[in-house]
Design a protein around this ligand. Structure first.
Ligand SMILES: Cc1cc2nc3c(=O)[nH]c(=O)nc-3n(C[C@H](O)[C@H](O)[C@H](O)COP(=O)(O)OP(=O)(O)OC[C@H]3O[C@@H](n4cnc5c(N)ncnc54)[C@H](O)[C@@H]3O)c2cc1C
Length: 399
C-alpha cells in the first residue's frame, strides 16, 4: 500500500461529460460513494450529441432523469431516408418496436441538457463529490488501489481510490497513462454542422425531425432540436478547413438543401474531424474506460454518446455489486468482454456502414431501404438494430 496516500473509500470518475455523470448517478443510486474530477471549470456546453435512442431513454428512466430531459427535447417517433431525386425513399416508425421499449421514439435534445439535469439532481447528495478545474493527468496502480495525479490550483496532488473510471473523452489522459492503444483510423473527410432556426417543416412537406439525405457527392442530414435545425454535411478531403468555414461556402451548401431557398440565418457552424477507434481493452486492473475514452465513431446513427451511456450502466451495475460484496471481482471482466465486443461488432461496423450507405453511388441502399420498409419482419429487425436494442441483446448473450 502507498503510505503517503491513504485510500479513499470511493470510486473515482475522471470526466463530468454525459457518460461520466451517468456512471456517477448510477453508482450513487446504488449507495456507492463517488468523486468526480472534471478538467473544465464547469459542465461543457459544447453542441455535440443531440439524439437519444430508445434503450438509452429507458436507462435514463431508471436514474429518474428521463422526464426532465423529454421536457427539454423533441420527440421524434419517425425517421426518414431521402434522396434528391425521389424525395422520401423510406420512413421508419419506432411504434413498430413499442413492445420492446418504454420510449418508442428518438429524443432530440442536446447532451449538455442531460449533464445539467444530472448535475442539478445529484448536487448535494452525500455520496457524491464533483470537483471542477481538476484534470487527472497520471494513473498508477497496485493490487488494492489506484492512485491518480490531479492538477489543482497550479499544483499536482496524488489521491488514491479503490477504483477508477476514465470517462475523460476521446483524448483521455487516463487511457494514455494506462498505456492502452486506441486502435483504428481517422477519416480523410470532415463533417460540418450548420445550425439554423429556419423552419424546414414549413417548406419540406412531411419532413421527419430526423432525416438523412443520401447523395454520392454531398450527402447531408437534418436533425431538429428545440428551436433549431442542425444540418450536417460531408466536407471532402480536398476542401480546406478555411474554405469549409467560409460564409460563401456555407451559403452554397445550404442552398442545396431546399431548391429555391438560398438565404438562411446561421447561428453556428462547427467543423469536426471524424475518427473510428476502439481502445485495445476497456479494463486494466482497477481502472476502466467508458464512453469516448474507450471508443469513437462517426456520428451517423448517433451512437457515440448512446453507446457510452450503455457502457456506463453496464460497468456501474457490476461495480456496485462488487462494492457491496455480492459479486467477485471477476464480474468486472464481463464489462470489458461485452462492451468492447459490441462496440467493435456493432457500433463501429454500423456507423461505418451508415456512412458508406449515404454516399453510395449505386441504388443498392435505396433498394434495401424500400424492401426493408415494406416488410414488417425486416422493418422490425432494422428498427431493433438502429435503436441499439440489438447491441444490448448481443451483449447479454455474451454472458
Ligand atoms: C457533431 C457531433 C454530433 C454528435 N452526435 C451524436 C448523437 O447524436 N448521438 C450520440 O450518441 N453521439 C453523438 N456524438 C458523439 C458524442 O458527442 C460523444 O460520444 C459524447 O460526448 C461522449 O461523452 P463522454 O462523456 O464520453 O465524453 P465527453 O463528452 O468528451 O466528456 C468528457 C469530459 O471529461 C473532461 N475531461 C477531459 N480530460 C479530462 C481529464 N484529464 N481529467 C478530468 N476530466 C477530463 C472533459 O472536460 C469533459 O467534460 C456526436 C459528436 C459530434 C462531434
Amino acid at each position: 500500500m502507498n503510505r503517503t496516500n491513504p485510500v479513499t473509500e470511493r470510486v473515482l470518475i475522471a470526466g463530468a461529460g454525459p457518460v461520466g455523470l451517468v456512471a456517477a448517478a448510477n453508482l450513487v443510486r446504488h449507495g456507492v460513494p463517488v468523486t468526480v474530477f472534471e478538467s473544465g471549470g464547469d459542465l461543457s456546453m459544447e453542441s455535440r450529441a443531440s439524439t437519444f435512442h430508445p434503450p438509452t431513454l429507458d436507462m435514463l428512466g431508471e436514474l429518474g432523469v428521463v422526464q426532465p430531459l423529454i421536457a427539454q427535447g423533441l420527440i421524434a417517433p419517425k425517421f426518414q431516408y431521402r434522396n434528391r431525386r425521389d424525395g422520401v425513399i423510406a420512413e421508419f416508425d419506432f411504434g413498430d418496436i413499442a413492445d420492446q421499449t418504454r420510449h418508442p421514439f428518438r429524443l432530440q435534445c442536446e447532451q449538455s441538457k442531460l449533464t445539467r439535469i444530472i448535475y442539478d439532481r445529484l448536487r448535494g447528495a452525500p455520496d457524491l463529490e464533483i470537483v471542477f478545474s481538476s484534470p487527472v493527468r497520471a494513473v498508477t496502480q497496485n493490487t488494492d488501489s489506484v492512485t491518480v495525479t490531479v492538477e489543482r490550483d497550479g499544483r499536482s496532488e496524488a489521491h488514491s481510490y479503490r477504483w477508477l473510471i476514465g470517462a475523460d473523452g476521446a483524448r483521455s489522459d487516463v487511457r494514455r497513462s494506462l498505456d492502452i492503444e486506441f486502435e483504428g483510423f481517422t477519416w480523410p473527410d470532415r463533417y460540418l454542422v450548420v445550425s439554423t432556426p429556419f423552419d424546414f417543416h414549413s417548406v419540406i412537406p412531411g419532413l421527419a425531425t430526423v432525416s438523412y439525405v443520401a447523395d454520392p457527392v454531398r450527402w447531408h442530414f437534418l436533425l431538429g432540436i428545440p428551436g433549431l435545425w442542425r444540418v450536417m454535411f460531408r466536407i471532402a478531403p480536398e476542401e480546406s478547413d478555411e474554405l469549409a468555414l467560409s460564409a460563401e461556402f456555407v451559403t452554397a451548401l445550404m442552398a442545396e438543401v431546399v431548391p429555391g431557398i438560398d438565404r438562411y440565418q446561421i447561428d453556428h457552424t462547427t467543423l469536426y474531424r471524424v475518427h473510428q477507434r476502439v481502445a485495445s481493452t476497456f479494463r486494466k486492473h482497477r481502472a476502466f474506460l467508458i464512453g469516448d475514452a474507450a471508443h469513437v465513431n462517426n456520428p451517423l446513427g448517433g451512437m457515440g454518446m448512446n453507446g457510452g451511456i450503455h457502457d456506463a450502466m453496464n460497468l456501474t451495475e457490476r461495480l456496485a455489486a462488487v462494492w457491496r460484496g455480492e459479486k467477485a471481482e471477476a464480474e468486472l471482466d464481463r464489462f470489458d468482454l461485452q462492451r468492447r465486443l459490441v462496440t467493435k461488432e456493432y457500433v463501429e461496423r454500423q456507423s461505418i456502414q451508415n456512412k458508406r450507405n449515404l454516399e453510395a453511388a449505386d441504388n443498392g441502399f435505396r433498394d434495401f431501404l424500400r424492401q426493408t420498409a415494406a416488410d414488417p419482419t425486416l422493418r422490425r429487425e432494422y428498427l431493433l438494430k438502429v435503436s441499439m436494442i440489438g447491441s444490448l441483446r448481443r451483449a447479454e448473450q455474451l454472458g
